[in-house]
Structures are given as structure tokens and as C-alpha cells.
Design a protein around this ligand. Structure first.
Ligand code: BGC
Length: 802
């Protein structure tokens, strides 16, 4: 039977081939994409621009991720093949923190398809080291390639506009330079394997509440300088194969139907050559999407294909436009592993990748507090470990950013692996509690779990007597506070951004008991987004922000606690004192119009909504530092087990010509080897439009410096780095005047300054008018604060040009 089928397939392929030969049909690869498109029927064109659909309810493997079973089970989608023209189908799969495919296929447990859960993007950004992120990308891409996937639906680089954003863990930073640099680094790494990326979600998609219907009202300047900037940097530095348009509307037009977003800005202003795909079921009008330049509709429905055919037949869609959509898709398919018939082995080196995940995780953890050198552990043997997530690591967030991993190393396991003893009584109590909760709250089916994940066990209430006994018979307390979130839902203020009463009591009781015995208390934050810290941080001796560190997380946290790795992560997102301090707090998640509700996909109620970005360009540290609002932990902050000095800041010139270089010498004054991050901020002259107090324009991490060792770092600043966006002229302009370069160990800990002069303004670039808001936005403006009181600018260091 099997032989018979094989013969049939061979005969049909041969017939196909002979037919193409006889008709002299163009073949992709031999002929140009244009020639292939010219030979396509209208039906074939309409099929190529619409994906093959999606299966709900998970696959037969039962792991529940699957939607595309024909080639790679659990991938998110595939495109149509046109065999007579040599066009194969390609496979796309999520996501930003690792390849999301089914781990078990057809109930065959003898073979597994697990993938590496990498540290989440917010952690990767906190490395402030693009070489580490690129290294993750190289290994990540190898996994994608060896599992038969052509394009990964990542990286995701929306801005951390508000700490409650449910998908913030998938995104890098509140700052577009960090976001764009990291996304470019991972894209370069992934694509070096011959597979593609899809940078998402383009654009201004910074919340999950009403994500398919929310109208984002935002100024052109905030778009250009904040929300589009990261994408622009990524595209120019790494040329991703594809871009994914977002679900939301921008200034009244759906992102995937916006010609101005997808053609005027993306292609005309930035020269992008790849193709654009929609987010899953995103947009409402397939024809408008084609016209806008949204080349591929994913996952694709038969109705969309029909609408496109009808529109061409009724002259409401020019077939030339459809041809361009097809050509752009074919030009990427040409480069794909599926086109090249790559023989993937389904056996990536998961062990080697786990080692890279562990290294990257430790690089991006941020030491927030270390009173009296509580860390690294010295003469500690016995640890009392508190907090559910000490035993049940949150490796990454939920939704399409989740990964089917073979295992995850909890902090409990990581500390055991590092040779510590963990107090048995606490271990037993927590393990029983978590097991009992999980039995009583079994996971729901794929779709329900995806849209509404089973909440994790509430924090275990530990008996105070246990805590007091442990303070006597262990050396240190470690408390893990965990948070999880993901696609489809934003976080809330109570019991999420703010700690719950049980968590507050746990910290207080443990701190009281351990401090009474002169023992220290360390808090480890296993979180995917920002939380409140000021109400409890004074009670503890050390705080390590471990983020959601991927499958090797427990080992990586133990590496830092033990001192095997000296922490060098820095915040790429601000920790405010309280939620109300966040500049977007009064405009998040916006207004709803329930009376205008309609029925959306799958019969789900869709409520029109709008959110106005009144804070304009003042996002994150641009706001806190300009308006003198002191955060709990500022952007760029992070401690090391060493101190570093910044010395000898030199500029190549005191007047700006084509560019200017800055050099700075960093010396490790500590007793351990360590790495320092140098953050270069610029304060620009304010002539016509207001500007943030300072903006990050370059950054670098030193190599591992031995005690006493010095490294000189060099930064080049170009006119682009000096420019702001002038909406009235549609120009990026570097204003004439004095620019101050500030070398900081954080956005408020400025160690050295130097300045240069720009004699005449430079018009760096003129762009097309696009994406103007239709209503007036009362945007936050500021008379710039010269020197904010809490910013520590040490003027006693060597400075030049002042
Ligand atoms: C998400 C995307 C994801 C896609 C495919 C959508 O719901 O917003 O980020 O890539 O699904 O799974």
C-alpha cells in the first residue's frame, strides 16, 4: 500500500513537471518572482496572499498549541503551495521567547519536539549587551531551522508604555533605542541560519484590553520618536524577512489596513523590501489590507480569498496591486528553507542551547538592592526558601509567547545543584500545597487556557512558627515573589502591580524573624513586568530581579546568588514608586463604547474603544527625568558586586561635524571580576520644540574586567542621534546649539559630562506626511527642567567643553 502511494505521488509530480515543461511554465528560482506572478491565475494569487487557515482545539498530541498539522504540528500557520510554478508552502510559528510547536505528535511519546524556553525579551534587554542577544538568536534560529519552520513570529518590540501591559514580557523596553537594538541583534542571529523573522506588532500596540478594536490616538511626533523608532532601527540594522501588522487602529485606521503605515512609512520612508503579514485574524477588510500593502493575511480564511477574487473581478482591486503583494511574498519564499528543500532533522542541540539560555539569563538579571553586601552568599550553607515560585519557576509568560519546553529548573533545584541545603520543612509544605492546588485546578482545554489561563496558586500562607524555627536553624532566607501574564489580558493594580496582603505579610514575618537572629533576607523577583517595591524594600537586605528567565532560570539565579556570576543587568524599563506616577496611568487602557459593540471573530463581542497617548513623547524615563518624578528604580539602574569608576571622557571635537566620537575609560575597583554598562545620554538644545531632559543615544557593556582592570569604550554619535521630529515640517532636525553628552551608570546617575556645539541646524531627513491624528490631542508639554534635583550629576569629575 505504502509503495503504491509513493508511486502515485512520484507519477503525479512527474506529470506536474512534464506539464510545466510542455507549457513552458516559469518556475520560482529559475524565473523571477515577477515572471512567476505573471503566470499565476487570479485564484492562485488570491490563495497565495491568504494563509491556509488554522485548526482550533489543539492537535492530536494533546499539548494544545497546534494549529497547523500538515508539516510542523503546533506551528501557527502555513501558506499555500503552487506546485506547477515551483512555489512551496512555508511554515510560520511563534514566538518571542522560543519556538512554540507541539512537543508530542500523534500521541507518539517515543519522539519529542521540545524547544528551548529562552529568557523573555524584557530580561534580554536588561543585558544591555547586543552580543549576548545575538548569540541567543543564533541558537534560536538553529532550532527553528532544524524543526522545519521557515519564519519565526518574533521578535516583538512594542514599547513598555504602561507597566500593566499584559504582553510586556514579550517586549524589550520603554526606550526605542534599546528595543530596536535588541530586536535587530536577535534578528541578525536568527536569520544567520537562513530562516526568517517577523517583527511585531507594527505598531502602537501597547495593551491587551480591547486589543482588536482599540483606536490608538497618538501624535505623529510620539509615533516617529517612540512607537515607530524601534521598528525603524530594527529594519535598518537587520532587514527582517517580514513585519507583522498589529490588531489596533492608529488614528482611526486599522494598522493592517493603513497604507500610510505599511507603505508610506515602511516602504517609502524606510525602504523596506520584505513582506507584511497580518496578526492572526487581524483587520476587517481583506481588500483594504491588500491595498494598504498587508501582503499576507494570516492565518487565512476562505472568505478572505473569495473577497479578493471578487474585488478584482468587480474592478475594486487593481490586479497590479495584488501582483505586488504576491511578488513580495515570493521573493521571501525564495530564500526559505522549504524552497531550498532543507532536510531538517528535528534534533537541535537542546543541551547546548540550554547552556546559552542560562548564560543569557544571568547576564540580564538586575541586582536592585544589596545592603551591607548581603550578596553574594558568603559562608551560607542552609537556606530557607519561601514563596510558591521558589518551587515552581515562571520561565516565561502565557499565550503565544509561551514555549513547550522539556523541563524548567526551579530556584529550589538550582540552589541544590549549586550545593546548598534547602530546609526540608519548607520544601515539603510548599510542594504539597502547590501539588494540591494543581490537582484541584486542572488545566482547561487549549482554547480556554489560551484565552483565560488557569491562575497560579495564591501565595501559600506560611505558619509564623515555621518561619521562626527556620530563622533559628538556617543561614539565610530567600523569598521568591512571582508574577505571570500574557496575551489577551492586561495586568491589574491590586494583587498584581501591588503585592497582595499575603505577600506583604510573608516578607514582613520572614524579615522580622530572620533579622531577630541577625540573618539576612533576600527577595528574588520572578516577574514578567514591573511591580511596586517601595512599600516593602526597606524590610529586606537584597533584591534580585530575575525576570522570567527561561528554562534554566533556577540555575541562573543560583549563579548570581552564589557569586559564580557577578550581576551586570540594568533596567530597560522604570520601576515607579506608585502606579499613579506612570505618565500613561490616566490613559490606560482607555475608554470603551459598549453601546456600539459588534460581533467579532468566532462570535466574540467586540467593544469599540480608544486610548489617547496624552503623554506624547514622555514615556518612561523621558517623563520621570523631565518632570522630576523620582522613581523607585530608574531606567538604566542595576548594581554589581563591584564598583566601577568612569574616567577620561573625551570627545573627538568640541564642534559637531559629520559625527562625533566619545571615549571613556571604565575601571573595576571591586574585588571580583565584573562588567559595567555605560549609558550615553544626550541633552539637546531647546530652540523651538520641547525635548526630554535627556535621551539615551548609545550604550555598551564592558568585557569581564578583572579587579583593577580598565577598558576604554568608544561611541560614535551621528546627526541622526541629535535629531528630533518636527511635525509641522515632517523633518528630523538636529537643532543648532549646545549638546551635552552624559555618561551614566543609570539615567539619573550621571558620572561624566562633556559638551559640543552644533553651529547650524541640520535637516537630517525629510519624510512623508503620514498617520496624523484626526482629533486634537492635549499632549503633555514641558518647560524643560535644567537639572532635576534627584539626578546625581557628579560635576567634580573630569569634563570637557563645559
Ligand atoms: C498574536 C501574535 C501571534 C499570532 C500567532 C496572535 O494572537 O498576537 O503575536 O504571533 O497570534 O499565534
Amino acid at each position: 500500500m505504502k509503495n503504491y502511494v509513493t508511486v502515485l505521488i512520484a507519477v503525479s509530480l512527474l506529470l506536474n513537471f512534464l506539464q510545466s515543461k510542455a507549457q513552458n511554465l516559469p518556475q520560482l528560482g529559475k524565473n523571477s518572482a515577477k515572471e512567476v506572478v505573471a503566470a499565476m491565475t487570479l485564484e492562485e494569487k488570491a490563495q497565495l496572499v491568504v494563509g491556509k487557515g488554522m485548526k482550533f482545539g489543539g492537535t492530536s498530541s494533546g499539548t494544545g498549541v497546534g494549529i497547523t498539522e500538515d508539516k510542523v504540528a503546533g506551528a501557527s500557520g502555513t501558506t499555500f503551495a503552487i506546485p506547477r510554478l515551483g512555489v512551496p508552502s512555508i511554515v510560520v510559528a511563534d514566538g518571542p521567547a522560543g519556538l512554540r510547536i507541539d512537543s508530542i505528535r500523534n500521541n507518539d511519546h517515543s519522539k519529542t519536539y521540545y524547544a528551548t524556553a529562552w529568557p523573555v525579551a524584557t530580561l534580554l534587554a536588561s543585558t544591555w549587551d547586543t552580543s549576548v542577544v545575538k548569540k541567543v538568536g543564533v541558537a534560536f534560529g538553529n532550532e527553528i531551522h532544524n524543526y522545519g519552520v521557515d519564519i519565526i513570529l518574533a521578535p516583538a518590540l512594542n514599547i513598555h508604555r504602561n507597566p500593566l501591559g499584559g504582553r510586556n514580557f514579550e517586549y524589550y523596553s520603554e526606550d526605542p533605542l534599546i528595543a530596536g537594538s535588541m530586536a535587530a541583534a536577535i534578528t541578525n542571529g536568527i536569520q544567520s541560519n537562513g530562516v526568517g523573522t517577523s517583527v511585531k506588532h507594527y505598531a502602537a500596540n501597547n495593551q491587551e484590553t480591547n486589543r482588536n478594536s482599540v483606536n490608538t490616538i497618538v501624535s505623529e511626533r510620539a509615533l516617529r520618536e517612540i512607537y515607530l523608532k524601534g521598528f525603524e532601527i530594527t529594519l535598518k540594522r537587520s532587514n527582517p524577512w517580514t513585519v507583522m501588522s498589529s490588531y489596533n487602529l492608529i488614528n482611526d485606521t486599522m494598522a493592517s489596513e493603513s497604507y500610510e503605515l505599511l507603505t508610506t512609512v515602511l516602504r517609502k520612508d524606510w525602504g523596506y523590501k520584505g513582506f507584511v503579514m497580518s496578526d492572526w485574524f487581524g483587520g476587517r477588510n481583506a481588500v483594504a489590507q491588500m491595498k494598504a500593502g498587508n501582503d499576507l493575511l494570516m492565518p487565512g480564511t476562505k472568505q478572505q480569498t473569495q473577497k479578493i477574487i471578487d474585488a478584482v473581478n468587480h474592478d475594486s482591486l487593481d490586479v497590479k496591486m495584488l501582483d505586488e503583494n504576491c511578488e513580495r511574498i515570493l521573493n521571501i519564499i525564495l530564500q526559505s528553507p522549504s524552497f531550498k528543500k532543507y532536510k531538517y532533522n528535528n534534533q537541535p542541540d537542546l543541551k547546548a542551547h540550554a547552556a546559552i539560555a542560562r548564560e543569557a539569563a544571568a547576564e540580564g538579571m538586575v541586582l536592585l538592592k544589596n545592603a551591607n553586601n548581603a550578596l553574594p552568599f558568603a559562608s551560607i550553607k542552609n537556606i530557607a526558601l519561601f514563596g510558591n515560585n521558589g518551587y515552581d519557576l515562571i520561565a516565561g509568560g502565557t499565550g503565544s509567547g509561551d514555549v513547550n519546553k522539556a523541563y524548567k529548573v526551579s530556584l529550589y533545584q538550582g540552589l541544590i545543584n549549586a550545593g546548598y541545603n534547602i530546609d526540608a520543612v519548607t520544601v515539603e509544605a510548599y510542594k504539597n500545597y502547590i501539588a494540591d492546588y494543581n490537582t484541584k485546578h486542572p488545566k482547561k482545554d487549549f482554547f480556554q487556557e489560551f484565552s483565560n489561563p488557569t491562575p497560579p496558586a495564591p501565595e501559600f500562607e506560611v505558619d509564623d512558627n515555621i518561619i521562626k524555627t527556620k530563622a533559628l536553624n538556617t543561614d539565610v532566607a530567600v523569598i521568591v515573589i512571582g508574577r505571570n501574564a500574557g496575551e489577551g489580558k492586561d495586568r491589574k493594580i491590586d494583587d498584581d502591580f501591588n503585592l497582595s496582603a499575603t505577600e506583604q505579610a510573608l516578607i514582613k514575618n520572614v524579615a522580622d524573624a530572620f533579622h531577630a537572629q541577625n540573618k539576612k533576607v533576600i527577595v528574588v523577583l520572578n516577574i514578567g513586568g514591573v511591580i511596586e517595591t517601595v512599600s516593602w524594600r526597606d524590610k529586606v537586605d537584597g533584591i534580585l530581579l530575575a525576570w522570567q528567565p527561561g528554562l534554566e532560570g533556577g540555575n541562573a539565579i543560583a549563579d548570581i546568588l552564589s557569586g559564580k556570576v557577578n550581576p551586570s543587568g540594568r533596567l530597560a524599563t522604570t520601576f515607579p514608586v506608585k502606579y499613579e506616577d506612570v505618565p500613561s496611568a490616566k490613559n490606560f487602557p482607555g475608554k470603551e463604547f459598549p453601546e456600539k459593540a459588534t460581533t467579532g471573530n468566532f462570535g466574540m463581542k467586540q467593544i469599540p474603544a480608544e486610548v489617547t497617548y496624552e503623554e506624547g513623547i514622555y514615556v518612561g524615563y523621558r517623563y520621570y527625568n523631565t518632570f522630576n518624578v523620582k522613581p523607585a528604580y530608574e531606567f538604566g539602574y542595576g548594581l554589581s558586586y563591584c564598583n566601577f569608576t568612569f574616567g577620561n571622557l573625551k570627545l573627538s571635537s568640541s564642534t559637531f561635524n559629520k559625527d562625533i566620537t566619545a571615549t571613556i575609560a571604565i575601571t573595576n575597583q571591586g574585588k571580583y571580576a565584573g562588567k559595567e554598562v555605560v549609558e550615553m545620554y544626550i541633552t539637546a538644545p531647546v530652540n523651538n520644540i520641547d525635548k526630554p531632559a535627556a535621551e539615551l543615544k548609545a550604550f555598551a557593556k564592558t568585557k569581564l574586567l578583572k579587579p583593577g582592570e580598565t577598558q576604554t569604550l568608544k561611541f560614535t554619535l551621528t546627526a541622526t542621534d541629535l535629531a528630533s521630529f518636527y511635525t509641522d515640517k515632517e523633518e528630523w532636525v538636529a537643532d543648532a546649539g549646545k549638546y551635552t553628552v552624559k555618561a551614566g551608570a543609570s539615567s539619573t546617575d550621571i558620572r561624566l559630562k562633556a559638551s559640543f556645539n552644533l553651529e547650524n541646524e541640520i535637516v537630517v531627513e525629510k519624510v512623508n506626511k503620514a498617520l496624523s491624528p484626526k482629533t486634537n490631542i492635549s499632549e503633555l508639554k514641558s518647560a524643560p527642567v535644567k537639572e532635576t534635583s534627584y539626578i546625581n550629576e557628579l560635576n567634580n569629575f573630569y569634563t570637557i567643553g563645559q
